[in-house]
Design a protein around this ligand. Structure first.
Ligand code: ADP
Length: 173
């Protein structure tokens, strides 16, 4: 048997969904909600300092995502820094959740998952697929379309859309 021995599981399985979420899209929302069907608690973990020129600061992202999931006591949002496996250990997480949109996501995700397993053999990575209509969505594309004046309604939660307009308003003044 090569399956590692697991430590005592915490009361209620907790999953971490790490990412930049700059901004949160409906693709992320889809994965977060799906993961609540598998885990008692889900932590949306916003990686600090991931981008050089972010649209929203990590703290702003935490506030916006918190607003989107206000009615879900089983979904928590916070920032994290450093090694994901260390953070997962501190949170006593059972799994890392990642979304897979297309085959192009696979290679990088596969590498990351195996590296994380090397660092922490008891931590599983769970890959989930979003609903088909979100498979082409990315935060980068949303920012690009929005900055060129495109309509992002239906692609991001309304709280995100509102915050994007507010940010644009601030920037153009
Ligand atoms: P990262 O910078 O780590 O890629 P993101 O914020 O872009 O962080 O994404 C976090 C997670 O959400 C990743 O697992 C990514 O594959 C997934 N993801 C992003 N967009 C979508 C989408 N449209 N559908 C499903 N999963 C997605």
């Amino acid at each position: 048997m090569t399956t590692p021995t697991h430590p005592e599981p915490p009361a209620g399985r907790l999953a971490i969904f790490p990412g930049s979420f700059d901004p949160l899209t409906n693709g992320h929302v889809d994965i977060i909600l799906r993961s609540t069907h598998l885990f008692e608690r889900v932590v949306v973990a916003v990686l600090l300092n991931a981008e050089k020129q972010p649209l929203f600061t990590p703290d702003e992202r935490v506030v916006i995502i918190g607003e989107v999931f206000r009615e879900y006591p089983n979904i928590e949002i916070e920032t994290f820094d450093g090694l994901l496996v260390e953070y997962a250990r501190r949170r006593r997480a059972s799994a890392i959740v990642r979304g897979i949109r297309a085959v192009s996501d696979f290679e990088y995700e596969f590498q990351m998952a195996l590296m994380n397993r090397h660092l922490e053999p008891t931590l599983e990575t769970v890959f989930m697929m979003p609903a088909e209509q979100y498979t082409y969505l990315s935060s980068r594309l949303i920012k690009e379309v929005f900055s060129l004046g495109g309509d992002v309604r239906g692609l991001v939660p309304s709280a995100v859309e509102k915050a994007m307009h507010e940010k644009k308003g601030v920037k153009s003044h």
